[in-house]
Design a protein around this ligand. Structure first.
Ligand SMILES: Cc1cc2nc3c(=O)[nH]c(=O)nc-3n(C[C@H](O)[C@H](O)[C@H](O)COP(=O)(O)OP(=O)(O)OC[C@H]3O[C@@H](n4cnc5c(N)ncnc54)[C@H](O)[C@@H]3O)c2cc1C
Length: 490
Protein backbone atom coordinates (compact mmCIF):
# COMPACT_ATOMS: atom_id res chain seq x y z
CA UNK A 1 0.00 0.00 0.00
CA UNK A 2 1.27 3.49 -0.87
CA UNK A 3 2.09 5.70 2.12
CA UNK A 4 0.21 8.69 0.76
CA UNK A 5 -2.52 9.43 -1.73
CA UNK A 6 -5.10 12.16 -2.33
CA UNK A 7 -8.18 10.28 -1.14
CA UNK A 8 -8.99 6.95 0.48
CA UNK A 9 -12.43 5.36 0.24
CA UNK A 10 -13.20 2.64 2.77
CA UNK A 11 -15.67 0.16 1.32
CA UNK A 12 -16.54 -0.62 -2.29
CA UNK A 13 -20.35 -0.64 -2.23
CA UNK A 14 -22.20 1.41 -4.86
CA UNK A 15 -21.83 4.55 -2.73
CA UNK A 16 -18.12 4.05 -2.04
CA UNK A 17 -17.42 3.40 -5.71
CA UNK A 18 -19.48 6.39 -6.88
CA UNK A 19 -17.54 8.58 -4.47
CA UNK A 20 -14.26 7.09 -5.72
CA UNK A 21 -15.18 7.60 -9.40
CA UNK A 22 -16.21 11.21 -8.73
CA UNK A 23 -12.92 11.98 -6.97
CA UNK A 24 -10.79 10.18 -9.54
CA UNK A 25 -12.52 12.01 -12.40
CA UNK A 26 -11.60 15.27 -10.70
CA UNK A 27 -7.97 14.25 -11.23
CA UNK A 28 -7.25 12.89 -7.74
CA UNK A 29 -5.30 9.81 -6.82
CA UNK A 30 -7.87 7.49 -5.20
CA UNK A 31 -7.44 4.26 -3.28
CA UNK A 32 -10.44 2.08 -2.31
CA UNK A 33 -9.96 -0.41 0.53
CA UNK A 34 -12.50 -3.25 0.69
CA UNK A 35 -12.69 -5.78 3.54
CA UNK A 36 -14.25 -8.60 1.49
CA UNK A 37 -12.43 -10.70 -1.11
CA UNK A 38 -14.79 -9.42 -3.82
CA UNK A 39 -15.58 -5.73 -4.35
CA UNK A 40 -19.11 -4.40 -4.80
CA UNK A 41 -20.74 -4.52 -1.36
CA UNK A 42 -24.50 -4.78 -1.75
CA UNK A 43 -24.14 -5.16 -5.53
CA UNK A 44 -22.11 -8.36 -5.82
CA UNK A 45 -22.87 -11.39 -7.97
CA UNK A 46 -21.02 -14.47 -6.74
CA UNK A 47 -20.53 -17.96 -8.09
CA UNK A 48 -22.94 -20.44 -6.56
CA UNK A 49 -21.71 -23.02 -4.10
CA UNK A 50 -24.84 -25.04 -4.90
CA UNK A 51 -24.56 -25.49 -8.69
CA UNK A 52 -21.53 -25.22 -10.98
CA UNK A 53 -21.48 -22.14 -13.19
CA UNK A 54 -24.61 -20.56 -11.64
CA UNK A 55 -24.36 -17.09 -10.07
CA UNK A 56 -26.36 -15.55 -7.22
CA UNK A 57 -26.94 -11.90 -6.38
CA UNK A 58 -26.13 -12.17 -2.72
CA UNK A 59 -27.71 -8.78 -1.90
CA UNK A 60 -29.50 -6.50 -4.38
CA UNK A 61 -31.02 -7.82 -7.59
CA UNK A 62 -33.59 -5.38 -8.99
CA UNK A 63 -32.63 -1.79 -9.75
CA UNK A 64 -35.22 0.94 -10.31
CA UNK A 65 -32.95 3.38 -8.47
CA UNK A 66 -29.95 2.62 -10.67
CA UNK A 67 -31.98 3.91 -13.63
CA UNK A 68 -33.57 6.83 -11.77
CA UNK A 69 -30.47 8.07 -9.90
CA UNK A 70 -29.17 11.43 -11.20
CA UNK A 71 -25.57 10.28 -10.59
CA UNK A 72 -26.03 6.99 -12.45
CA UNK A 73 -27.95 8.67 -15.26
CA UNK A 74 -24.90 10.81 -15.83
CA UNK A 75 -22.60 7.79 -15.49
CA UNK A 76 -24.81 6.05 -18.09
CA UNK A 77 -24.46 2.31 -17.59
CA UNK A 78 -26.06 1.59 -21.00
CA UNK A 79 -23.37 3.56 -22.85
CA UNK A 80 -20.78 1.43 -21.05
CA UNK A 81 -22.33 -1.82 -22.22
CA UNK A 82 -24.22 -2.68 -19.02
CA UNK A 83 -27.70 -3.75 -20.02
CA UNK A 84 -30.46 -3.08 -17.49
CA UNK A 85 -33.55 -4.88 -18.73
CA UNK A 86 -36.84 -3.65 -17.29
CA UNK A 87 -39.56 -6.26 -17.92
CA UNK A 88 -42.99 -4.94 -18.86
CA UNK A 89 -44.19 -6.35 -15.52
CA UNK A 90 -42.42 -4.44 -12.76
CA UNK A 91 -43.74 -6.28 -9.72
CA UNK A 92 -46.52 -8.62 -8.67
CA UNK A 93 -48.51 -9.16 -5.52
CA UNK A 94 -50.26 -12.51 -5.26
CA UNK A 95 -53.08 -12.25 -2.71
CA UNK A 96 -54.24 -15.82 -2.58
CA UNK A 97 -54.03 -18.85 -4.84
CA UNK A 98 -56.54 -17.28 -7.24
CA UNK A 99 -55.90 -13.55 -7.19
CA UNK A 100 -52.92 -11.32 -7.89
CA UNK A 101 -52.40 -7.62 -8.44
CA UNK A 102 -49.83 -6.63 -11.05
CA UNK A 103 -47.88 -3.38 -11.56
CA UNK A 104 -46.91 -2.95 -15.19
CA UNK A 105 -44.68 -0.28 -16.71
CA UNK A 106 -47.93 0.95 -18.23
CA UNK A 107 -50.06 2.77 -15.67
CA UNK A 108 -53.08 2.33 -17.95
CA UNK A 109 -52.71 -1.45 -18.11
CA UNK A 110 -52.16 -1.64 -14.36
CA UNK A 111 -55.33 0.33 -13.69
CA UNK A 112 -57.30 -1.70 -16.24
CA UNK A 113 -56.42 -5.00 -14.51
CA UNK A 114 -57.09 -3.67 -11.00
CA UNK A 115 -60.85 -3.70 -11.61
CA UNK A 116 -62.76 -1.55 -9.12
CA UNK A 117 -59.47 -0.16 -7.73
CA UNK A 118 -58.26 0.87 -11.19
CA UNK A 119 -59.56 4.46 -11.19
CA UNK A 120 -58.17 5.08 -7.68
CA UNK A 121 -54.78 3.70 -8.71
CA UNK A 122 -54.69 5.87 -11.83
CA UNK A 123 -55.73 8.93 -9.88
CA UNK A 124 -53.03 8.25 -7.25
CA UNK A 125 -50.17 7.80 -9.72
CA UNK A 126 -51.05 10.13 -12.60
CA UNK A 127 -49.51 13.27 -11.02
CA UNK A 128 -46.55 11.31 -9.65
CA UNK A 129 -45.68 9.77 -13.01
CA UNK A 130 -46.02 13.14 -14.68
CA UNK A 131 -43.45 14.70 -12.33
CA UNK A 132 -41.23 11.70 -11.75
CA UNK A 133 -37.91 13.44 -12.51
CA UNK A 134 -38.55 16.25 -10.08
CA UNK A 135 -39.78 13.91 -7.34
CA UNK A 136 -36.77 11.64 -7.84
CA UNK A 137 -34.44 14.60 -7.46
CA UNK A 138 -36.12 15.45 -4.16
CA UNK A 139 -36.17 11.84 -2.94
CA UNK A 140 -32.53 11.22 -3.86
CA UNK A 141 -31.26 14.65 -2.81
CA UNK A 142 -29.17 15.34 0.26
CA UNK A 143 -32.22 16.70 2.18
CA UNK A 144 -30.34 19.98 2.57
CA UNK A 145 -30.81 21.52 -0.90
CA UNK A 146 -33.98 21.80 -2.96
CA UNK A 147 -33.75 21.13 -6.70
CA UNK A 148 -34.18 24.29 -8.80
CA UNK A 149 -37.21 22.76 -10.55
CA UNK A 150 -39.14 22.99 -7.31
CA UNK A 151 -38.97 26.72 -7.10
CA UNK A 152 -41.92 27.46 -9.37
CA UNK A 153 -45.69 26.98 -8.96
CA UNK A 154 -45.74 23.78 -11.02
CA UNK A 155 -42.90 22.23 -9.00
CA UNK A 156 -44.45 23.22 -5.70
CA UNK A 157 -47.80 21.82 -6.83
CA UNK A 158 -46.16 18.50 -7.77
CA UNK A 159 -44.45 18.26 -4.40
CA UNK A 160 -47.66 19.05 -2.53
CA UNK A 161 -49.58 16.39 -4.44
CA UNK A 162 -46.85 13.83 -3.74
CA UNK A 163 -46.74 14.87 -0.06
CA UNK A 164 -50.50 14.46 0.32
CA UNK A 165 -50.28 10.96 -1.12
CA UNK A 166 -47.43 10.04 1.21
CA UNK A 167 -49.45 11.34 4.19
CA UNK A 168 -52.58 9.47 3.09
CA UNK A 169 -50.73 6.16 2.86
CA UNK A 170 -49.01 6.77 6.20
CA UNK A 171 -52.22 6.97 8.19
CA UNK A 172 -55.02 4.58 9.18
CA UNK A 173 -57.04 6.22 6.37
CA UNK A 174 -54.83 4.41 3.86
CA UNK A 175 -57.67 2.20 2.57
CA UNK A 176 -59.99 5.14 1.98
CA UNK A 177 -59.62 5.44 -1.80
CA UNK A 178 -59.69 1.70 -2.54
CA UNK A 179 -62.65 -0.68 -2.88
CA UNK A 180 -60.99 -4.12 -3.03
CA UNK A 181 -57.92 -5.88 -1.58
CA UNK A 182 -55.93 -5.51 -4.80
CA UNK A 183 -54.92 -1.82 -4.81
CA UNK A 184 -53.97 -1.68 -1.11
CA UNK A 185 -51.92 -4.89 -1.34
CA UNK A 186 -50.12 -3.71 -4.48
CA UNK A 187 -48.98 -0.55 -2.68
CA UNK A 188 -48.15 -2.25 0.61
CA UNK A 189 -45.86 -4.84 -0.96
CA UNK A 190 -43.63 -1.90 -1.98
CA UNK A 191 -44.07 -0.02 1.31
CA UNK A 192 -42.81 -3.09 3.12
CA UNK A 193 -39.38 -2.64 1.49
CA UNK A 194 -38.74 -0.22 4.39
CA UNK A 195 -38.90 -3.15 6.89
CA UNK A 196 -40.78 -1.01 9.39
CA UNK A 197 -44.24 -0.95 10.97
CA UNK A 198 -47.12 -0.25 8.57
CA UNK A 199 -48.53 2.28 7.94
CA UNK A 200 -45.75 4.79 8.56
CA UNK A 201 -44.37 7.87 6.75
CA UNK A 202 -41.09 6.17 5.82
CA UNK A 203 -42.83 3.09 4.42
CA UNK A 204 -45.36 5.26 2.60
CA UNK A 205 -42.62 7.43 1.06
CA UNK A 206 -40.84 4.25 -0.05
CA UNK A 207 -43.96 2.92 -1.76
CA UNK A 208 -44.82 6.20 -3.47
CA UNK A 209 -41.33 6.53 -4.95
CA UNK A 210 -40.63 2.93 -5.93
CA UNK A 211 -44.13 2.32 -7.30
CA UNK A 212 -43.88 5.50 -9.39
CA UNK A 213 -40.63 4.16 -10.83
CA UNK A 214 -42.46 0.91 -11.63
CA UNK A 215 -44.62 2.96 -14.01
CA UNK A 216 -41.75 4.96 -15.50
CA UNK A 217 -38.18 3.58 -15.70
CA UNK A 218 -39.42 0.16 -14.58
CA UNK A 219 -37.75 -2.30 -12.23
CA UNK A 220 -34.75 -3.50 -14.23
CA UNK A 221 -32.51 -6.51 -13.83
CA UNK A 222 -28.88 -6.07 -14.94
CA UNK A 223 -27.66 -8.62 -17.46
CA UNK A 224 -25.08 -10.77 -15.68
CA UNK A 225 -26.35 -9.71 -12.25
CA UNK A 226 -25.91 -6.72 -9.95
CA UNK A 227 -22.15 -7.17 -10.01
CA UNK A 228 -22.21 -5.77 -13.56
CA UNK A 229 -23.03 -2.34 -12.10
CA UNK A 230 -20.14 -2.27 -9.67
CA UNK A 231 -17.76 -3.82 -12.21
CA UNK A 232 -18.56 -0.91 -14.52
CA UNK A 233 -17.87 1.64 -11.76
CA UNK A 234 -14.57 -0.09 -10.95
CA UNK A 235 -13.57 -0.09 -14.60
CA UNK A 236 -14.18 3.67 -14.83
CA UNK A 237 -12.29 4.24 -11.57
CA UNK A 238 -9.29 2.30 -12.89
CA UNK A 239 -9.44 4.15 -16.20
CA UNK A 240 -8.97 7.33 -14.18
CA UNK A 241 -6.01 6.02 -12.23
CA UNK A 242 -7.81 4.77 -9.12
CA UNK A 243 -7.57 1.28 -7.65
CA UNK A 244 -9.45 -1.11 -5.40
CA UNK A 245 -7.62 -3.32 -2.92
CA UNK A 246 -9.77 -6.21 -1.66
CA UNK A 247 -9.26 -8.23 1.53
CA UNK A 248 -8.27 -4.98 3.24
CA UNK A 249 -10.46 -4.46 6.30
CA UNK A 250 -9.77 -1.11 7.96
CA UNK A 251 -9.90 -1.31 11.75
CA UNK A 252 -8.28 1.97 12.76
CA UNK A 253 -7.30 5.25 11.14
CA UNK A 254 -3.75 4.45 12.20
CA UNK A 255 -3.55 1.76 9.47
CA UNK A 256 -4.46 4.17 6.68
CA UNK A 257 -2.11 5.87 4.23
CA UNK A 258 -1.85 9.64 4.56
CA UNK A 259 -4.50 11.42 2.50
CA UNK A 260 -6.34 14.73 2.37
CA UNK A 261 -9.76 13.10 2.32
CA UNK A 262 -11.19 9.83 3.65
CA UNK A 263 -14.68 8.69 2.69
CA UNK A 264 -16.18 5.83 4.68
CA UNK A 265 -18.74 3.64 2.95
CA UNK A 266 -19.37 2.08 6.35
CA UNK A 267 -22.13 2.02 8.94
CA UNK A 268 -21.86 4.55 11.79
CA UNK A 269 -20.67 1.63 13.96
CA UNK A 270 -17.90 0.96 11.43
CA UNK A 271 -16.97 4.64 11.38
CA UNK A 272 -16.81 4.69 15.19
CA UNK A 273 -14.53 1.64 15.22
CA UNK A 274 -12.08 3.38 12.90
CA UNK A 275 -12.28 7.02 14.04
CA UNK A 276 -14.29 7.07 17.30
CA UNK A 277 -11.28 8.10 19.38
CA UNK A 278 -10.76 11.24 17.26
CA UNK A 279 -14.35 12.46 17.02
CA UNK A 280 -15.87 15.34 18.93
CA UNK A 281 -17.58 13.69 21.93
CA UNK A 282 -21.03 15.04 20.98
CA UNK A 283 -20.75 13.56 17.48
CA UNK A 284 -19.43 10.27 18.84
CA UNK A 285 -22.37 10.04 21.24
CA UNK A 286 -24.87 10.85 18.48
CA UNK A 287 -23.43 8.10 16.29
CA UNK A 288 -23.42 5.66 19.22
CA UNK A 289 -27.16 6.34 19.56
CA UNK A 290 -27.77 5.64 15.85
CA UNK A 291 -30.61 3.11 15.58
CA UNK A 292 -30.33 0.10 13.31
CA UNK A 293 -33.50 -1.42 11.92
CA UNK A 294 -34.97 -4.88 11.65
CA UNK A 295 -33.47 -7.33 9.29
CA UNK A 296 -33.52 -9.52 6.24
CA UNK A 297 -32.57 -13.18 5.98
CA UNK A 298 -31.52 -14.21 2.49
CA UNK A 299 -32.44 -17.41 0.65
CA UNK A 300 -30.66 -18.35 -2.58
CA UNK A 301 -32.44 -21.06 -4.52
CA UNK A 302 -31.35 -23.26 -7.39
CA UNK A 303 -34.43 -24.10 -9.47
CA UNK A 304 -34.95 -26.66 -12.22
CA UNK A 305 -37.92 -24.82 -13.81
CA UNK A 306 -39.65 -21.45 -13.61
CA UNK A 307 -41.79 -21.04 -10.49
CA UNK A 308 -45.28 -22.46 -11.26
CA UNK A 309 -47.22 -19.36 -10.14
CA UNK A 310 -50.98 -20.02 -9.98
CA UNK A 311 -51.50 -16.78 -11.88
CA UNK A 312 -49.09 -16.92 -14.83
CA UNK A 313 -48.91 -13.09 -14.98
CA UNK A 314 -46.86 -13.23 -11.76
CA UNK A 315 -44.10 -15.17 -13.52
CA UNK A 316 -43.27 -12.19 -15.74
CA UNK A 317 -42.58 -9.83 -12.84
CA UNK A 318 -39.10 -8.55 -11.95
CA UNK A 319 -40.05 -8.85 -8.28
CA UNK A 320 -42.79 -10.77 -6.53
CA UNK A 321 -43.96 -9.51 -3.13
CA UNK A 322 -45.01 -12.45 -0.99
CA UNK A 323 -47.20 -11.31 1.82
CA UNK A 324 -50.82 -11.66 0.81
CA UNK A 325 -53.21 -8.87 1.71
CA UNK A 326 -52.37 -5.44 3.14
CA UNK A 327 -53.61 -6.55 6.57
CA UNK A 328 -51.48 -9.71 6.47
CA UNK A 329 -48.34 -7.77 5.55
CA UNK A 330 -48.98 -5.14 8.23
CA UNK A 331 -49.38 -7.95 10.77
CA UNK A 332 -46.15 -9.66 9.68
CA UNK A 333 -44.20 -6.37 9.87
CA UNK A 334 -45.70 -5.60 13.30
CA UNK A 335 -44.54 -9.01 14.54
CA UNK A 336 -41.02 -8.27 13.29
CA UNK A 337 -41.07 -4.84 14.98
CA UNK A 338 -42.11 -6.56 18.21
CA UNK A 339 -39.10 -8.86 17.94
CA UNK A 340 -41.08 -11.96 16.99
CA UNK A 341 -40.45 -14.10 13.91
CA UNK A 342 -43.75 -14.14 11.95
CA UNK A 343 -45.15 -17.48 10.90
CA UNK A 344 -45.81 -16.01 7.46
CA UNK A 345 -43.08 -13.40 6.96
CA UNK A 346 -43.08 -10.71 4.30
CA UNK A 347 -40.78 -12.05 1.59
CA UNK A 348 -39.51 -10.95 -1.83
CA UNK A 349 -38.67 -13.18 -4.78
CA UNK A 350 -37.02 -12.62 -8.14
CA UNK A 351 -36.03 -14.91 -10.98
CA UNK A 352 -33.41 -12.89 -12.90
CA UNK A 353 -33.61 -15.25 -15.85
CA UNK A 354 -36.98 -13.77 -16.86
CA UNK A 355 -34.95 -10.81 -18.17
CA UNK A 356 -31.56 -12.44 -18.65
CA UNK A 357 -31.68 -15.95 -20.09
CA UNK A 358 -27.89 -16.12 -19.65
CA UNK A 359 -28.46 -16.72 -15.94
CA UNK A 360 -29.75 -20.23 -16.76
CA UNK A 361 -26.86 -22.70 -16.71
CA UNK A 362 -27.27 -26.40 -17.48
CA UNK A 363 -31.04 -26.03 -17.25
CA UNK A 364 -30.80 -24.57 -13.73
CA UNK A 365 -31.73 -21.02 -12.73
CA UNK A 366 -31.05 -18.95 -9.59
CA UNK A 367 -33.96 -17.83 -7.42
CA UNK A 368 -33.33 -14.74 -5.28
CA UNK A 369 -35.39 -14.28 -2.12
CA UNK A 370 -35.31 -12.72 1.29
CA UNK A 371 -37.66 -12.51 4.26
CA UNK A 372 -38.14 -9.77 6.83
CA UNK A 373 -37.14 -10.93 10.31
CA UNK A 374 -36.31 -9.32 13.66
CA UNK A 375 -32.82 -7.84 14.00
CA UNK A 376 -30.19 -10.47 14.72
CA UNK A 377 -32.65 -13.34 14.12
CA UNK A 378 -30.42 -16.43 13.91
CA UNK A 379 -32.89 -18.87 12.32
CA UNK A 380 -32.87 -20.46 8.87
CA UNK A 381 -35.90 -19.05 7.03
CA UNK A 382 -35.77 -21.34 3.99
CA UNK A 383 -38.90 -23.24 5.00
CA UNK A 384 -40.85 -20.06 5.82
CA UNK A 385 -40.00 -18.47 2.45
CA UNK A 386 -40.62 -21.72 0.56
CA UNK A 387 -44.04 -22.01 2.20
CA UNK A 388 -44.90 -18.42 1.22
CA UNK A 389 -43.99 -19.13 -2.42
CA UNK A 390 -45.78 -22.51 -2.42
CA UNK A 391 -48.91 -20.73 -1.20
CA UNK A 392 -49.12 -18.80 -4.46
CA UNK A 393 -47.32 -21.33 -6.64
CA UNK A 394 -48.51 -24.84 -5.78
CA UNK A 395 -45.81 -27.30 -6.85
CA UNK A 396 -42.94 -24.88 -6.16
CA UNK A 397 -41.23 -27.41 -3.91
CA UNK A 398 -40.90 -29.77 -6.88
CA UNK A 399 -38.74 -27.28 -8.82
CA UNK A 400 -36.39 -26.53 -5.90
CA UNK A 401 -33.08 -28.31 -6.48
CA UNK A 402 -31.40 -26.73 -3.47
CA UNK A 403 -31.59 -23.68 -1.23
CA UNK A 404 -29.19 -21.88 1.03
CA UNK A 405 -30.09 -19.41 3.77
CA UNK A 406 -27.94 -16.61 5.16
CA UNK A 407 -29.59 -15.81 8.50
CA UNK A 408 -29.87 -12.19 9.60
CA UNK A 409 -27.40 -12.80 12.39
CA UNK A 410 -24.77 -13.77 9.79
CA UNK A 411 -25.36 -11.02 7.22
CA UNK A 412 -22.58 -8.85 8.63
CA UNK A 413 -20.06 -11.63 7.94
CA UNK A 414 -20.22 -10.76 4.24
CA UNK A 415 -20.86 -7.04 4.75
CA UNK A 416 -20.04 -5.36 8.06
CA UNK A 417 -22.55 -2.57 7.27
CA UNK A 418 -25.52 -4.94 7.71
CA UNK A 419 -25.53 -4.72 11.50
CA UNK A 420 -27.76 -7.53 12.81
CA UNK A 421 -28.99 -8.12 9.25
CA UNK A 422 -30.23 -4.54 8.76
CA UNK A 423 -29.82 -4.26 4.99
CA UNK A 424 -30.64 -0.52 5.08
CA UNK A 425 -27.78 0.18 7.54
CA UNK A 426 -30.12 2.24 9.72
CA UNK A 427 -33.77 2.09 10.73
CA UNK A 428 -36.19 3.59 8.20
CA UNK A 429 -38.29 5.47 10.71
CA UNK A 430 -39.29 9.10 10.12
CA UNK A 431 -36.48 10.24 12.40
CA UNK A 432 -34.11 7.70 10.87
CA UNK A 433 -34.71 9.27 7.46
CA UNK A 434 -34.62 12.91 8.51
CA UNK A 435 -31.66 12.70 10.88
CA UNK A 436 -29.55 10.17 9.00
CA UNK A 437 -27.07 9.50 10.59
CA UNK A 438 -27.63 12.33 13.11
CA UNK A 439 -29.21 15.76 13.28
CA UNK A 440 -26.66 17.99 11.55
CA UNK A 441 -26.50 20.53 8.75
CA UNK A 442 -23.90 18.38 7.02
CA UNK A 443 -24.89 14.72 7.43
CA UNK A 444 -21.70 13.50 5.70
CA UNK A 445 -19.35 15.36 8.08
CA UNK A 446 -17.89 13.47 11.02
CA UNK A 447 -16.32 16.33 13.05
CA UNK A 448 -12.87 15.19 11.87
CA UNK A 449 -11.58 17.47 9.09
CA UNK A 450 -11.34 15.53 5.83
CA UNK A 451 -13.28 12.46 7.06
CA UNK A 452 -16.73 11.86 5.55
CA UNK A 453 -19.38 9.19 5.89
CA UNK A 454 -20.70 8.26 2.43
CA UNK A 455 -22.74 5.06 2.87
CA UNK A 456 -26.50 4.44 2.80
CA UNK A 457 -26.51 5.44 6.49
CA UNK A 458 -26.45 9.04 5.16
CA UNK A 459 -29.07 10.76 2.94
CA UNK A 460 -30.85 10.02 0.80
CA UNK A 461 -31.68 6.45 1.85
CA UNK A 462 -30.89 2.83 1.04
CA UNK A 463 -30.73 1.41 -2.46
CA UNK A 464 -28.28 1.06 -5.30
CA UNK A 465 -28.20 4.65 -6.55
CA UNK A 466 -24.73 5.90 -5.59
CA UNK A 467 -26.20 9.21 -4.43
CA UNK A 468 -24.79 9.19 -0.87
CA UNK A 469 -21.32 8.67 -2.33
CA UNK A 470 -21.88 11.43 -4.89
CA UNK A 471 -23.14 13.93 -2.30
CA UNK A 472 -20.22 13.20 0.06
CA UNK A 473 -17.61 13.35 -2.73
CA UNK A 474 -18.94 16.73 -3.89
CA UNK A 475 -18.39 18.07 -0.38
CA UNK A 476 -14.89 16.60 -0.18
CA UNK A 477 -13.96 18.13 -3.56
CA UNK A 478 -15.13 21.58 -2.49
CA UNK A 479 -13.85 21.54 1.09
CA UNK A 480 -10.55 19.65 0.78
CA UNK A 481 -9.40 20.29 -2.77
CA UNK A 482 -11.30 23.40 -3.96
CA UNK A 483 -12.11 21.45 -7.12
CA UNK A 484 -15.30 21.57 -9.20
CA UNK A 485 -17.48 18.49 -9.50
CA UNK A 486 -16.53 16.53 -12.63
CA UNK A 487 -19.00 14.98 -15.04
CA UNK A 488 -19.50 11.24 -14.64
CA UNK A 489 -20.49 10.84 -18.28
CA UNK A 490 -18.55 8.29 -20.40
C1 LIG B 1 -30.53 -9.16 0.63
C2 LIG B 1 -30.49 -7.75 0.09
C3 LIG B 1 -31.32 -7.39 -0.95
C4 LIG B 1 -31.30 -6.09 -1.46
N1 LIG B 1 -32.04 -5.81 -2.56
C5 LIG B 1 -31.92 -4.60 -3.16
C6 LIG B 1 -32.48 -4.38 -4.44
O1 LIG B 1 -33.02 -5.30 -5.06
N2 LIG B 1 -32.35 -3.15 -4.99
C7 LIG B 1 -31.68 -2.14 -4.36
O2 LIG B 1 -31.59 -1.01 -4.90
N3 LIG B 1 -31.09 -2.34 -3.15
C8 LIG B 1 -31.18 -3.55 -2.55
N4 LIG B 1 -30.52 -3.81 -1.38
C9 LIG B 1 -29.86 -2.70 -0.68
C10 LIG B 1 -28.54 -2.30 -1.35
O3 LIG B 1 -27.73 -3.42 -1.52
C11 LIG B 1 -27.86 -1.25 -0.48
O4 LIG B 1 -28.75 -0.17 -0.27
C12 LIG B 1 -26.58 -0.69 -1.12
O5 LIG B 1 -25.71 -1.74 -1.47
C13 LIG B 1 -25.89 0.27 -0.18
O6 LIG B 1 -24.70 0.71 -0.75
P1 LIG B 1 -23.50 1.26 0.11
O7 LIG B 1 -22.42 1.60 -0.85
O8 LIG B 1 -23.98 2.29 1.04
O9 LIG B 1 -23.02 0.06 1.06
P2 LIG B 1 -22.73 -1.45 0.78
O10 LIG B 1 -23.20 -1.85 -0.56
O11 LIG B 1 -23.28 -2.17 1.94
O12 LIG B 1 -21.15 -1.56 0.76
C14 LIG B 1 -20.35 -1.31 1.86
C15 LIG B 1 -18.99 -1.93 1.61
O13 LIG B 1 -18.08 -1.47 2.60
C16 LIG B 1 -17.28 -2.56 3.02
N5 LIG B 1 -16.77 -2.25 4.35
C17 LIG B 1 -17.50 -1.99 5.47
N6 LIG B 1 -16.68 -1.76 6.52
C18 LIG B 1 -15.41 -1.83 6.05
C19 LIG B 1 -14.11 -1.67 6.65
N7 LIG B 1 -13.97 -1.38 7.94
N8 LIG B 1 -13.00 -1.82 5.87
C20 LIG B 1 -13.14 -2.09 4.54
N9 LIG B 1 -14.33 -2.28 3.93
C21 LIG B 1 -15.45 -2.13 4.67
C22 LIG B 1 -18.24 -3.73 2.99
O14 LIG B 1 -17.56 -4.96 2.95
C23 LIG B 1 -19.02 -3.44 1.71
O15 LIG B 1 -18.38 -3.99 0.58
C24 LIG B 1 -30.47 -5.12 -0.87
C25 LIG B 1 -29.62 -5.48 0.18
C26 LIG B 1 -29.61 -6.79 0.63
C27 LIG B 1 -28.63 -7.21 1.68
Amino acid sequence: MRTSTDAVVIGSGPNGLTAAVTLARAGLDVLVLEAQPVAGGGARTLESDQADGLHHDICSAVHPLALASPAFRQFDFAARGVELIAPETSYAQPIDAHQAAIAYRSLERTAAELGADGPAWRNFFDPLVENVDLLTEVALGDRRHLPGGLLNPQGIGALVRAGLRVIEQATPAWNMRFRTDLGPALLTGVAAHAISPLPSPAASGTSVMLATHAHTVGWPIPVGGSGALTASLISDLEAHGGRVVTGAEVRSWKELPRARAYLADTSPAGLLRIWGDRMRPAVRRALERFRYGDAAAKVDYVLSEPVPWADPRVGAAATVHLGGTRAEMAFAEAEVAAGRMPQRPMALFSDPSIADAGRIVGGLRPGWAYAHVPAWYPGDVTEAVTAQIERFAPGFRDVVVSARCTPASQMSEHNANYVGGDIAAGALSTWGLLARPRLAWDPYATSIPGVYLCSQSTPPAPGVHGMSGWHAARRALAQRFSLPVPSLAP
